[in-house]
Design a protein around this ligand. Sequence first.
Ligand SMILES: NC(=O)c1ccc[n+]([C@@H]2O[C@H](COP(=O)([O-])OP(=O)(O)OC[C@H]3O[C@@H](n4cnc5c(N)ncnc54)[C@H](OP(=O)(O)O)[C@@H]3O)[C@@H](O)[C@H]2O)c1
Length: 382
Amino acid sequence: MAENIVLLGSTGSIGVQTLEVARNLGIRVSALTAYSNIDLLERQAKEFRPRMVSVFDKTLAAELKNRLAGLGTEVLSGPEGNRAAVGIDGVDTVVAAIVGIAGLIPTIEAIRNGRNVALANKETLVTAGRIVMAEAERRGVKVFPIDSEHSAIYQCLAGNRKQDAERLLLTASGGPFRGKKYHELTGVTAAQALEHPTWNMGSKITIDSATLMNKGLEVIEARWLFGFTPDKIRVLVHPQSIIHSMVEYRDGSVIAQLGQPDMRIPIQLALTWPERRSANFSRLDLLKCGPLTFEEPDMETFRCLRLAYDALEAGGTMPTVLNGANEAAVKLFLEGRIGFCDIPRLIEEAMLTHDVNTSPELDDIIETDRWVKRMVGESICI
Ligand SMILES: NC(=O)c1ccc[n+]([C@@H]2O[C@H](COP(=O)([O-])OP(=O)(O)OC[C@H]3O[C@@H](n4cnc5c(N)ncnc54)[C@H](OP(=O)(O)O)[C@@H]3O)[C@@H](O)[C@H]2O)c1
């Protein structure tokens, strides 16, 4: 079990729930990092008394330093803050809960420092899965998924031979627009897209769930975590979000993991595996949860899922283009500058423009991400 953690992205949805788990289990928290929310970071630091906190914005870091004077907590900022946090002595596990590709470098640095990673930041594997998993293997560190679907698959594979598994069945809630057709989505507002039917999450992943890009990113994440090719990863829409994912074996058995949609369950498991600790999280009552249903995803309407499969097939830097264009487009949509259906359009345009580098290094991935974000930004100014 993890005994001493660093939490990257402590003020977000996953970050706050991780601290609840850490509080319940008595896990020591050595560092907390965030982008700009110093009010919450201050409260968290005063409760958990970490050795270090870091806030990305330098001016806010100076303000936080004043507020934490006398606490004995070092206050850092910028990329150096995240880097220093993942290098603190005595830490066994880094919880990677930053949103977006901003989480990539600190997560790789955590692995290079020999820390196990409890991974929520799926964009790390989407953009650099090959590099990250190879590095983890070289350093002998564990990358345990926090994403509920991947946590489910991890559990469904445990105790079985991987070569006996035929397919991964990733479940998707379908988001708030399940059943709608493309022409019904053109006027959708950010407020409507932020109304997720079953999960309560940060704004970027909630929009990704509405476009089904979240499932696309998870297909790519599953490819790198479990080593299955895209044709062996099937998405099933399961609106109740009770079955978190399944593995289909060659004898016809399908093993599923079930539970209430409560992220504290997979977060705790990532910190205790293979042990399971008692917890007062939401319990599943099978007599009350109603019928469990399944549908094919509609990839004509929700084109982001199709684009994610295409990016995975193309390989190299293409998933980085998919991810970067998506991050840029979601930001523009949340700002009210583009429509919901512009999100897949901008991503597809970026992918069509891109010449794939088939064996990118980390620098190429960062450069590709910068290029695509610039391009998406410029394309809406024309
Ligand atoms: N939420 C879920 O239920 C869920 C489930 C599965 C997977 N995930 C994945 O987990 C990750 C986090 O999701 P979320 O929903 O928790 O996001 P969120 O609520 O938006 O939180 C993001 C966190 O990252 C911090 N952050 C952003 N840029 C940073 C930087 N450069 N350095 C340090 N911290 C930075 C934010 O700080 P500020 O608060 O200061 O901005 C915040 O603490 C995403 O990759 C998401 O796909 C989330």
